[in-house]
Design a protein around this ligand. Sequence first.
Ligand code: NAD
Length: 355
Amino acid sequence: MKIAVLPGDGIGPEIVAQAAKVLEALRSDGLKIELEYAHLGGAGYDAAGDPFPAATEKLALAADAVLLGAVGGYQYDTLPRPMRPEQGLLRIRNGLGLFANLRPAMVYPELVNASSLKPELVSGLDIMILRELTGDIYFGQPRGIRTLPNGERQGFDTMLYSESEIRRVAHVGFRIAMKRNKKLCSVDKANVLDTSMFWREIVTEVAKEYPTVALSHMYVDNAAMQLVRAPKQFDVILTGNIFGDILSDEASMLTGSIGMLPSASLDANNKGLYEPCHGSAPDIAGKDIANPLATILSLAMMMRYTFAREDIAQRIETAVRKTLQRGLRTADIAEAGMQKIGTAAMGDAVVKALS
Ligand code: NAD
């Protein structure tokens, strides 16, 4: 397992250090893991004048999987756009051809009160949102701001999806559904958009290859509503880039704890970039209070999706669950009166629970 480790900025190095402890523990159990570190984001700019330095690109291309902390920081906000940390993120995703973005929204029984929804609505929630990541209106051409003959200015973008783009992400969605509860809901806006009508047609075709998966379709406005009305009706949600951007953020908040949410972005061969859903949290960086569990749970996704080691994925997830059951909490997930522990202590507790 060749893993490129990119701690990034803000709390990135602190949370990645905890995930590295988990990897070290797995290595001492006999797993063959190679870790190599490189800079991304503001750290890349500081070290090499580029948010995605050539050395980082080389390492990421050669690795089987990439573990990323987070990028961004106030000190980089005034840089010209190509030098901003977030450009490093966009470039690594594009450079690795990562078109399938997986974001689970899970509610742990111990954290059910963190959600802003009633416990009975979210207790036991386990949704996987699969968002297409490299197409749609975010990348379609032409786009721009133009002046019409009558002198009025107009902004415009182009929504488009080609058949191959829809097919490949649909296959990922059905394969994930096969490993879960065999339900896939494809979300679109086929009542208004031609791109969505085409999306629906292709997803329906791909579904014929997965007869045991129950396929349903839902308009995106209804999906936004259903996610807060009755979120447990969903298993896998498959959707395009812009709808997925919005729905995955909405779904993540059903859990109420941003520090608990992992993510994976995969290419056609299951190579992946794994990172927490949250950002670099510069407001709490260097204070040993950030929650490292989203990063540790991203490792579990890496074991499941890139290395096909469901056993290790479950071992990591069980260790996180046991740690929560022991009542250990970082500040972001602690309820009133609970004892809080720091980032490093949480990492140590998960390592202890692994064995
Ligand atoms: P953020 O996710 O960094 O922080 C939002 C809030 O959540 C903050 O109050 C923060 O303290 C808290 N938080 C986040 N992660 C936490 C954790 N693990 N434990 C405890 N609390 C946590 O979002 P933001 O403040 O909007 O952005 C900060 C920087 O991160 C910006 O530069 C932004 O561009 C960048 N960003 C990066 C990514 C990424 O690397 N994938 C994603 C989002 C934002």
